[in-house]
Design a protein around this ligand. Structure first.
Ligand code: ADP
Length: 242
């Protein structure tokens, strides 16, 4: 019975999500359709319409690709991963964006970090999303400090930025689909991030002060303490959002 309730809750969430997605996709699509009609009627001034069409189609693409991350886990492959290496990969990937926004990335890696049982690409997505948010919060430059450490049986990753920070209102909405304070944001990054962390039995905490910056702490059980014969251990666990 518990399992059935859990499943029906999941289905309800999926349904809500689908409704939200349909709504969000309809707005740019309506715009695209309208401008296409105008092109049909006025074949001379098409260039501006085309750029709007491209912009709106790009937005649909972005939303769809962020949601795709949620569709992938069915084929998830769990493996032992060193999160130091994963953080290095992700920061190399985001270095160009950091340079453009004049942000310095400082990385402190724990020298003997135990591995974590996880789906590597999904965890990469988590840290890409969190570090991107840190970069976005510092439009006039700053520092993002990424630290890996051990806390008892947990592997902990802390991402600290010197950005604009968040209001209590924003913190309350974190992870809600389509909640964004950015002009061109999708508000899907943290929803995806929280779901992946939840699926890994991990936790995420936010600590933020307006005008000072934000510290995000993510933790996972280290694989030293995971019973590999019982992978269900890694799928359960609660998500704590402060
Ligand atoms: P998006 O980046 O598309 O807005 P997210 O779900 O990743 O979507 O983030 C939702 C909102 O949370 C952002 O619009 C922003 O207001 C806030 N936020 C997340 N991370 C940070 C951060 N490090 N600093 C300031 N605000 C943040």
């Amino acid at each position: 019975v518990e399992e059935m309730i859990r499943k029906s809750e999941k289905l309800a969430v999926v349904g809500q999500l689908a409704a939200g997605v349909a709504h969000e996709i309809r707005n740019p699509l309506t715009s695209v359709k309208g401008f296409l009609k105008l092109i049909e009627e006025d074949t001379e001034a098409t260039s501006n319409y085309f750029s709007i069409i491209h912009h709106e189609l790009g937005r649909i693409d972005l939303i769809a690709s962020e949601l795709l991350v949620l569709a992938k886990p069915q084929a998830a492959q769990f493996a032992l991963v060193n999160l130091n290496r994963l953080i290095e990969d992700v920061t190399v990937f985001l270095q160009p964006q950091a340079l453009i926004s004049n942000v310095e990335m400082v990385i402190h890696l724990h020298s003997s970090l135990p591995p974590v049982l996880c789906e590597e690409n999904q965890l990469k997505q988590v840290f890409v999303n969190l570090i991107k948010n840190a970069l976005d919060s510092m439009p006039r430059g700053g520092t993002v400090t990424i630290t890996t450490s051990m806390a008892r049986d947990q592997v902990r990753i802390v991402i600290q930025d010197t950005g604009i920070g968040m209001s209590e209102e924003t913190i309350r909405h974190l992870g809600e689909p389509f909640y964004t304070t950015k002009g061109s944001g999708t508000g899907l990054g943290l929803m995806v991030t929280h779901r992946i962390i939840d699926r890994h039995g991990g936790r995420i905490f936010y600590n933020s002060a307006l005008g000072k910056g934000t510290t995000v702490t993510v933790s996972f059980q280290s694989a030293d303490d995971v019973d590999l014969k019982e992978p269900s251990v890694v799928h359960t666990g609660q998500l704590d959002i402060r």
